[in-house]
Design a protein around this ligand. Structure first.
Ligand SMILES: [Cu+2]
Length: 185
């Protein structure tokens, strides 16, 4: 479960930060001479070290960015509209409150496995967070659902099953109830 690994990773990271804070608090109890030259050298080394680590991580992770290049038209377009407190998914554009309501009650949109799907995501009221979860509950991709603007998100969904769409932006009292489903056949 990647979420659990991330949780433990942050727990360890927070432990290290706490230990450093305690060490700094204890070591600066007594006022003493400050060697500014050494401090600046340390800061420079830290800066260069951090930049090197980030550069390496950038080159390792950049090819794995899950957003496909938009060089060709998608196989399928799914229109997504958020509104407090549900998402409507439809094969047809949704412009009015009525169409949105129909979209939230109609049967789930189906897309073929392995097809390049383009989600056109917008909102009828406030900002929402459109996120797509695999049938096993893993977060695959996400974008913002913004009023007056359409965000396009492309994804190839290979695994067959029922995908969940959840809101990732705190949008009001019933934010946690905002969800929809998508079937990959
Ligand atoms: Cu929300």
């Amino acid at each position: 479960m990647p979420q659990l690994q991330v949780f433990y990773f942050f727990l360890v990271l927070m432990g290290i930060v706490a230990l450093v804070c305690i060490w700094v608090a204890l070591s600066t109890r007594q006022a003493g001479e400050v060697d500014t030259g050494a401090a600046y050298r340390l800061r420079k080394g830290f800066f260069i070290g951090l930049c090197s680590v980030f550069l390496v991580l950038l080159f390792i992770t950049l090819p794995k960015v899950p957003y496909s290049a938009e060089t060709s038209p998608p196989d399928r377009v799914v229109h997504v509209v958020g509104k407090q407190f549900a998402f409507a998914l439809s094969d047809n554009p949704i412009a009015t409150d009525r169409e949105w309501e129909e979209g939230t009650y109609s049967k789930p949109v189906e897309v073929p496995a392995g097809a390049m799907v383009e989600f056109r995501v917008t909102s009828l009221d406030v900002n929402h967070g459109f996120s797509l979860y695999s049938p096993s509950g893993q977060l695959l991709s996400q974008t913002q659902a913004m009023p007056g603007y359409v965000n396009r998100l492309r994804a190839v969904l290979d695994e067959r099953g029922r995908y969940a769409v959840l809101c990732l932006e705190m949008c009001g009292m019933d934010h946690h109830k905002m969800r929809a489903v998508l079937d990959v056949k």
